[in-house]
Design a binder for this molecule. Structure first.
Ligand code: SF4
Length: 427
C-alpha cells in the first residue's frame, strides 16, 4: 500500500489550547438541511412534524415554490396536539395517507422531528415503523430529528444519512471492495469525483446519498468510505458499526485537501501514488491557476470563523495554506478530533481554536480583533456589517458547490467577494 501524499503545510499541532464555550448560540436548526437534501434525493419527500415556526423556516430558506410541487412540507402541530388533547399519531397517519395518495411518485418518506415534536415526546421512530408496514412495498418511511435543541444546522444531514445506513444492502466478505463517498454533494461535483476515481482505478464507487434513495450503496467488511463533509460523525459511526472502514484524509477543499483525499482513497485500494499524481496533475494545475488570481486579493487578510457549519477547520486550513489568509480564531460547534486530526495538523501554528459558543463573548473578540472578514450566521452578519466589518454567511458555503479541484477557484471567490464589495463601497 502507498501512503497518502505527505502534507506540505506547517504542522499545527501547537495550536493554542482549544477554547471551550457553552453559552448562548446563534445557529439554524437541522431542518435547514432539507433544502439541499430534497434537491439531492429526487425520490424522497420530507415531512416535518412541527410548528408554524418550522414551516416558516423551511419556506423562507427554500424560497416559496409557486410553480414546482415541492418535496417537503410541514405537518403543523396545533395547540390541541401540543396540549395532548388530540391523538397526534392518528393525525399524522391521516396526513401521510393523504400525501401518498396525492403523490404516488414518492418512494421514500422522511418524518422529520422538530423541537415541538420532541418536547411532547412524539415517537416518530414508532410512527415510521407503523407507516412503513402500512405502505410497503411502494414507500419506505424513515425518520430523523432536525430539532434545534442542542444541535446545529448541518447535523440535520448527519441525522438523515444516519437513518439511511440501516437501509443499505448487506455486502458479504466475498463482495469486491467498494468505496462510498459520504455526504450530499451537488450532482456536478459528484460526477467529477466519480470520473477521477475511475481514472485512478477504483471501480466500485457510490455515494451516500445517491440521487435516488432506492439506489443506496451496499455496505460490508470490504467497504471503505470517505467523508466528503466534516459534519457526518454519527453517519460515520453507523457505517463503522456495519463493518465499513473510514479512510482518514483531509477534506476535499482546495488543491491540497482534494489531492490528499484522492491519494488516501487510492492508498486504501493499493493503488500507486505516482499513478494518482499523473491522473490529477492537470486538474491541480487548473485549480492552482484559478487560485492564483484570488491569492492576490486574499493573502495577508485576517479571518475569524464563528462556529456554525462545522466546515470551519478545513476551510481555515484551505484559506491559510493556499491563499495566505491569516485565521485569527476558528470556531466550530463541535470538534471531532479523530476526524479532524489531519486538518488540525495542517493548520498554521498558533491558530486559536474554539469549540461551542458563547455568542456575546465571541462577538467581543471579533470587535476587538476587527478581522478583515468574519464568517458567521445570517443573524450576526447584519449587525457586524453595520459596525463596518465584512462578513460571509456560513450557510452559503453549504449551499454552494465548493468541493474538488474544479470548484477551488469558486470557493476562494466566495471569500474574496465581500472584501471586493467593501473596497467598492469605500471608493
Ligand atoms: S425545529 Fe425548533 S428551532 Fe427549528 S424551526 Fe422548528 S421550533 Fe424552530
Amino acid at each position: 500500500m502507498n501512503a497518502p501524499a505527505a502534507l506540505k503545510a506547517p504542522a499545527g499541532s501547537d495550536c493554542a489550547p482549544v477554547l471551550k464555550e457553552r453559552g448562548q448560540r446563534e445557529v439554524f436548526c437541522g431542518l435547514t438541511g432539507i433544502i439541499w437534501l430534497h434537491r439531492k434525493m429526487q425520490d424522497a419527500f420530507f415531512l416535518v412534524v412541527g410548528s408554524r415556526t418550522c414551516a416558516h423556516l423551511i419556506q423562507s430558506a427554500a424560497g416559496v415554490m409557486i410553480f414546482a410541487e415541492p418535496r417537503f412540507a410541514t405537518a403543523i402541530m396545533e395547540e390541541r396536539d401540543l396540549a395532548g388533547l388530540a391523538d397526534a399519531n392518528e393525525e399524522l397517519d391521516r396526513i401521510v395517507d393523504q400525501l401518498l395518495a396525492r403523490r404516488p411518485e414518492i418512494k421514500s418518506l422522511f418524518l422529520v422531528g422538530s423541537c415541538p415534536s420532541e418536547v411532547i415526546k412524539l415517537d416518530l421512530s414508532k410512527a415510521a415503523q407503523r407507516l412503513s408496514t402500512k405502505h410497503a412495498p411502494q414507500v419506505r418511511v424513515l425518520n430523523y430529528s432536525g430539532s434545534g435543541i442542542e444541535t446545529t444546522f448541518t447535523q440535520g444531514e448527519d441525522a438523515c444519512l444516519e437513518a439511511l445506513v440501516p437501509e443499505m444492502p448487506v455486502l458479504g466478505a466475498d463482495a469486491p471492495a467498494n468505496l462510498v463517498i459520504v455526504g450530499s454533494l451537488p450532482d456536478i461535483v459528484e460526477d467529477q469525483f466519480k470520473r477521477l476515481f475511475a481514472g485512478i482505478g477504483i471501480d466500485h464507487v457510490a455515494s451516500l446519498p445517491e440521487r435516488a434513495v432506492a439506489d443506496l450503496p451496499g455496505v460490508g467488511p470490504n467497504t471503505r468510505f470517505l467523508l466528503a463533509q466534516p459534519f457526518l460523525n454519527d453517519t460515520a459511526h453507523a457505517l463503522t458499526k456495519r463493518g465499513a472502514h473510514r479512510i482518514d484524509a483531509l477534506f476535499p477543499f482546495g488543491v491540497e485537501g482534494t489531492s490528499n483525499w484522492l491519494h488516501a482513497a487510492a492508498a486504501a485500494f493499493g493503488i500507486d501514488a505516482a499513478h494518482v499524481d499523473a491522473v490529477i496533475a492537470p486538474y491541480q494545475e487548473r485549480a492552482r491557476t484559478a487560485l492564483a488570481h484570488q491569492r492576490e486579493r486574499l493573502a495577508g487578510k485576517t479571518i475569524f470563523f464563528m462556529p456554525d457549519s462545522q466546515l470551519e477547520v478545513p476551510l481555515a486550513r484551505f484559506l491559510a495554506n493556499e491563499l495566505g489568509m491569516i485565521p485569527l480564531e476558528v470556531g466550530t460547534p463541535y470538534l471531532h478530533t479523530a476526524h479532524m486530526a489531519q486538518e488540525l495538523a495542517a493548520l498554521p501554528t498558533g491558530v486559536q481554536l474554539s469549540e461551542g459558543q458563547d455568542v456575546d463573548k465571541q462577538l467581543d473578540r471579533v470587535r476587538s480583533a476587527r478581522p478583515d472578514l468574519t464568517v458567521c450566521g445570517l443573524g450576526l452578519a447584519n449587525p457586524l456589517e453595520a459596525e463596518g466589518l465584512s462578513t460571509k454567511w456560513a450557510i452559503e458555503l453549504v449551499f454552494s458547490p465548493i468541493h474538488g479541484f474544479d470548484q477551488a477557484g469558486d470557493l476562494a471567490e466566495l471569500f474574496a467577494r465581500p472584501l471586493r464589495r467593501r473596497d467598492v463601497l469605500k471608493v
